[in-house]
Design a protein around this ligand. Structure first.
Ligand code: ADP
Length: 266
């Protein structure tokens, strides 16, 4: 390819070179195209799987309702229904992840964080009924964000649902939104099972789980934190994870001042 090719992707790196600095330019065009192909492939596969799955789920639901079903078939139908529902959750999460990755420009609007977090808190309370945790919502600022509400809702809800899932019954969870000197900080703190240090850096990889049995049993797809990471990228934010095994975890995100909005911009 020629240097004049407008579709080249270059990566620059400035490194010390004796007393001088060396500018290294990498041509990452091929890597970029391979990555693009991977994204498109995952998006297409997930999309194609949706219709057959919907048909399967519909028929399974109809069959399971048959009153004259032989008892030895019932367990089989139960398992098929559970596993198809699980596959459906995975496909939906893969599709969501592809959309977040592919759509490089999202529609950004003012997000009322008090309203969004209250909504997430209400949903969490409904999910919490079988765990009986004490969940606290602490909002210290009326500041909102400039972003895409649907994706942010998915990301923050994932963090809250994880705190519920990975905390033994009767635990304490705090969801907070507060002003700091650099912007606003969202955090979910739990006193749950915690995470050993060697896992922390890998948690946001797709399908990475510490205990896959536990994750499956609680309906997890292993994609939740990958979704969180990609949504936070839209705000140039890294997910912070602090955790001690057996003590608890704090997942937080510090949103920079350029994404904070105190009122809707008309
Ligand atoms: P999953 O669907 O398995 O919950 P996630 O991507 O949301 O997938 O999380 C990845 C893994 O990180 C989980 O399987 C779990 O082992 C660990 N994890 C996530 N949140 C917490 C938490 N609050 N406390 C302890 N472990 C957690």
């Amino acid at each position: 390819a020629s240097w004049r090719d407008p579709k080249r992707y270059l990566k620059c790196e400035l490194t010390p070179f004796g007393d001088e600095k060396l500018l290294i330019i990498y041509d990452v065009t091929r890597l970029h195209h391979l990555e693009q192909m991977r994204r498109d492939f995952v998006a297409n596969v997930s999309h194609e799987l949706r219709t057959p799955l919907t048909v399967l789920m519909g028929y399974l639901e109809n069959f399971s309702d048959q009153p004259d079903m032989p008892p030895h078939w019932q367990r089989g139908f139960e398992l098929m229904t559970q596993q198809t529902a699980r596959m459906n959750r995975i496909v939906n999460d893969l599709l969501l992840l592809s959309r977040i990755e592919i759509e490089e420009t999202h529609e950004f609007h003012y997000i009322n964080m008090t309203k969004l977090l209250t909504h997430i808190y209400d949903d969490a309370q409904a999910y919490n009924s079988e765990y009986g945790h004490s969940i606290r919502l602490q909002i210290d600022t009326y500041d909102g964000l400039y972003g895409s509400e649907m994706y942010l809702n998915s990301a923050l809800s994932n963090l809250v649902i994880n705190a519920i899932k990975y905390t033994p019954k009767g635990g304490n969870i705090t969801i907070s939104w507060a002003k700091t000197s650099e912007g606003c900080r969202f955090a979910v703190e739990d006193d749950g099972i915690g995470i050993a240090p060697q896992h922390i850096t890998r948690l946001t990889e797709r399908f990475y789980r510490i205990d896959s049995g536990r994750s499956r049993a609680t309906g997890g797809t292993g994609l939740g934190l990958a979704i969180v990471k990609h949504v936070l990228y839209q705000y140039d934010v890294n997910l912070q994870i602090e955790s001690t095994e057996g003590v608890g975890s704090t997942f937080s995100a510090l949103f920079p001042a350029n994404h904070i909005r105190s009122e809707p911009t008309l």
